[in-house]
Write a protein that binds this ligand. Sequence first.
Ligand code: PRT
Ligand code: ZN
Length: 297
Amino acid sequence: MSALAVRTNTGRLRLAIQKSGRLSEKSLSLLEECGISFDLNKSKLNAEARNFPLDILFLRDDDIPGYVSNGVVDAGIVGLNVVMEKNPSLPIVSNLGFGKCRLSIAVPKDFEYRELKDLEGKKIATSYPEILQAFLVERGVSASIQEISGSVEIAPAIGLADAICDLVSSGGTLLANRLSEVERVLDSEAVLVSNLNSGDLGQKESEILKELEFRITTVNNSKSCKYIVLNSPNESLQTISDILPGIKSPTVVQLAEEGWSAIHAVVNEDVFWDVLGKLKEAGAEGITVMPIEKILV
Ligand code: PRT
Ligand code: ZN
């Protein structure tokens, strides 16, 4: 009997992740950062977490939405692009912040592209026919979709299509194939999905999923924040405190040197460089920035 054939309620959450590919390592690292440890067996078909009620199944990414949807597994980590193509109604539990890319339409450099209507009646090669079809229908453009499973970027050069719709991250592949990105169809990243609405998920599994979601949110929030310590003249404390968007309010500690205090705060990395300039202007000194292991909110 196949390891995937029967779904039994074991009081453990069954989570599918990509067996080998761009999301595999980061999916495993995320679980480890959540404090979940496991031994990878040689066949790498599955793994049991030692200190958390979780069983991991390693699958091809294309199969994950289907297995989650029909209840063979309780949850999965997969690209949003795959979910939207295979099973768009599957509930997204959380965005995971890695595997970021976009699904875009690109045309050869010599194609005089002004707007989507320019693709009317043209042939577009893609591995994402469902997403592309929905995008074209919504915008009232009728084009012929040529589904191909790989090397989509070479389709225009070999005369198979006039344009392509494919995943882009750095843009290097498009550049190397003399293609220009002209329409962004979908922004994607790895997501945690679960068939929450099916009723398949038992009470125990739902609780484990909630705990996993909580740990993932905690890990990701911590990653985007830095702990900052700086010295401030007492007369600038209010100005500097106003600049620092701390969790509640910054901690202020009196220094031994008369007229000076140390301020401790947590700052979101996105705004960090903006804030740094403003802090210096306001008279802050000895600014020290440290990574944060975990923030519990
Ligand atoms: O074997 P299996 O079916 O499981 O894996 P796969 O080969 O189908 O998928 P894989 O491992 O290539 O990608 C898994 C997921 O990673 C995708 O579904 C996306 O969610 C995500 N991802 C992020 C990407 C990229 N970035 C990406 N750049 N997937 C593919 N690419 C490819 C793209 O198709 C193109 O060929 O990289 C090329 C473009 O990259 P740039 O950097 O040159 O723009
Ligand atoms: Zn795949």
